[in-house]
Design a protein around this ligand. Structure first.
Ligand SMILES: *Cc1c(COP(=O)(O)O)cnc(C)c1O
Length: 360
């Protein structure tokens, strides 16, 4: 059993993906070729944002967003400790200090109730993560940001394709970022990412920062990075986009099947109807026996993430706050195989293996 089903996906989409790649090889515009603008137009329309700026990775999307907002040394950005390291890493790379607020027990997402007490004179922005594909509580977070004059950057690296109150993830706040890392819900075959905003000035800044702060050729009006997404990777995403909504629907069917198997017998994390289901994650009382039983049965499982960011050696110096909910979840979460490739029988086999391990 595969964890994400990328091989099956390629077999299904092979003709379109191969043709898209061949077109790029034929025209030879490997950097900023026509597929880049085409993908940006399609993704902006998909999200409902005025602008989409493709970039070289999800991490770079976060960094470029912070730079476009003017976040710099001395500033603070409030974020979640229960995420992939890139979320806080981008804040540090921008020169600012990550300030951690604990997460909700039920979703693992940044808890709006804990944000306010961490806001200070140096706070510039809030960076929630839509963990495992489920959007954070963006209405509450946007409300807090509005009252304090802060920007909100949604780290939607795991949630492209999710919705929240009828709006797409990526278009839920000042800026939304996503990643096309191969195993994300919408992946390319290397590194890639995108930024969404409906603010014209921010979009222009992001486009300049993406190419070394260049406003005209060889005129560098601001500090930038080398952050473009390859034309070839844009062609891969373009080939996958037409079938993407069907894949999200298939992920939701797989999640619903897991839910039926686990109903009230195993705790699960998150799981709103409109999640993109990047991961299906359980919270068993003890993780090790469950993971061992899955491994013995030839079923892959992954821990996202075994150590919260505020407890990582390189990050202790920024904020020594306690985040007990994130610490508890890091000890207990376990993500099961998830993707459109899974049959109902696959789900039943994974679930019965989990349940048997818990009963043992
Ligand atoms: C994957 C991920 C990133 C980084 O994306 P890359 O494209 O790998 O740089 C950032 N934040 C979260 C929450 C992620 O899951």
């Amino acid at each position: 059993m595969e964890f994400t089903g990328l091989k099956q996906q390629y077999q299904l989409l092979r003709n379109d993906i191969d043709a898209g790649i061949r077109r790029v090889l034929d025209h030879g515009q490997y950097i900023m070729g026509p597929e880049v603008a085409e993908l940006e137009a399609q993704l902006a329309a998909y999200c409902g944002a005025r602008h989409c700026v493709t970039v070289s990775s999800g991490t770079e999307a976060l960094l470029i967003s912070l730079m476009a907002l003017g976040v710099q040394a001395g500033d603070e950005v409030i974020t979640t400790p229960f995420s992939f390291i890139a979320t806080a890493e981008a804040i540090v790379l921008a020169g600012a200090r990550p300030v951690f607020a604990d997460v909700e027990r039920a979703t693992g997402n940044l808890d709006p109730a804990r944000i306010a007490r961490r806001i200070g004179a140096r706070t510039r922005a809030i960076m929630p993560v839509s963990l495992y594909g489920q959007p954070a509580d963006m209405d509450a977070i946007n409300g807090i940001a509005r009252r304090h004059g802060l920007a909100v950057i949604e780290d939607g690296a795991q949630s492209f394709g999710a919705s929240y109150h009828g709006q797409r993830s990526g278009n839920l706040s000042t800026i939304g970022c996503t990643s096309f890392f191969p195993s994300k819900p919408l992946g390319c075959y290397g590194d890639g990412g995108a930024i969404f905003t409906s603010d014209d000035d921010l979009a222009r800044a992001m486009r300049e920062i993406r190419v070394h702060g260049q406003s005209e050729r060889y005129c560098h009006t601001r500090l930038g990075v080398g952050g473009r997404m390859d034309t070839l990777q844009c062609a891969v995403v373009l080939a996958k986009l037409p079938g993407f909504d069907d894949e999200i629907a298939a992920r939701r069917r797989v999640a619903a099947a897991y839910d039926r198997c686990f109903a009230s017998r195993v705790e699960t994390l998150g799981g709103a109807e409109a999640s993109a289901w990047a991961q299906y994650t359980i919270v068993p009382p003890r993780r090790e026996p469950v993971q061992a039983a899955l491994t013995a049965a030839g079923i892959p499982s992954v821990v996202h993430y075994p150590q919260p960011i505020h407890r990582q050696p390189a990050y202790l110096r920024y904020d020594d706050v306690a985040c007990p909910v994130a610490e508890l979840l890091a000890q207990r979460v376990l993500s099961l195989p998830m993707g459109p490739h899974l049959s109902q029988a696959d789900v039943a086999r994974v679930a019965s293996t989990v349940l048997a391990a818990l009963d043992a």
